[in-house]
Design a binder for this molecule. Structure first.
Ligand SMILES: [Zn+2]
Length: 247
């Protein structure tokens, strides 16, 4: 099957990749829902990722800032799975990289920022709920380190959070529209490390399939889209992806 997928990539001109948490677990960033997941281990974490609790409760925000400070993502390095996708771009195959991840490991690995569509935003930026101002997250984390438990916006006094889509929060329409559009333009589609259970992002798989793309799923566990895929690998992403994507 590996050789077959390699030949599909060889023939493809517009590969679109959808990546989820599974590609970053080998970089030491825990998944939310998996058996080792954040929510499974700490139910309070689910509260912290819900926008309603976050805006309503200063205690939830204080905990969230402490969590952001100690996030393993700050020290995480891209793994062989990320590198394989950089290689795909260097081969001029990569049309777009839709990601559900907020860690920016694709860009750090070397994918062009303009190829990456971050449907859930990025943890490396903050945003103000009051005035919409955005900036580097490290600036706010410095204030937390210096003793501000829940730092307000310096412009408007509003509540700050990471520039990510929390639960209960709307996706950014232009971003999700772009994801749907590139999926329809794909002649090959990879879903990598995503459980494909979050909508509407998961729909990119069926959009690509309907547009005639070859669909390949690489994920540790089965997904609801396995039956419409041309190939499924239930295996380690950092092991499989380099074998598929390197020339
Ligand atoms: Zn503000």
């Amino acid at each position: 099957m590996i050789d077959e997928v390699r030949s599909w990539i060889e023939a493809a001109r517009r590969v679109v990749v959808l990546s989820g948490a599974g590609i970053s677990t080998d970089s030491g960033i825990p998944d939310f829902r998996g058996p080792q997941g954040l929510w499974t281990k700490n139910p309070l974490a689910e509260k912290m990722s819900n926008i309603h609790y976050y805006l309503a409760d200063p205690e939830v925000r204080k905990l969230s800032w402490q969590n952001r400070l100690s996030s393993p993502a700050w020290h995480a390095k891209p793994n062989a799975g990320h590198s394989a996708l950089v290689f795909l771009e260097r081969r001029n195959k990569l049309h777009a990289l839709i990601t559900q991840n907020i860690d920016e490991l694709h860009q750090i690995a070397g994918n062009s920022p303009e190829k990456v569509i971050e449907v859930h935003g990025t943890m490396r930026r903050f945003m103000c709920w009051g005035c919409g101002m955005r900036g580097p997250m490290q600036v706010v984390l410095e204030r937390v380190r210096a003793g501000e438990a829940d730092p307000p916006c310096r412009d408007c006094g509003g509540i700050l959070k990471s520039d990510t889509i929390s639960f209960g929060q709307q996706l950014v329409p232009e971003v999700i529209d772009r994801a749907m559009r590139v999926a329809a333009e794909a002649d090959m589609f990879f879903a990598v490390g995503s459980s494909l259970q979050v909508y509407p992002v998961a729909e990119t798989v069926s959009i690509a399939r309907r547009a005639g793309a070859r669909v390949v799923i690489v994920n540790a566990e089965a997904t609801p889209f396995d039956e419409l895929a041309h190939a499924v690998f239930n295996d380690s992403i950092s092991a499989v992806l380099p074998r598929l994507c390197t020339a």
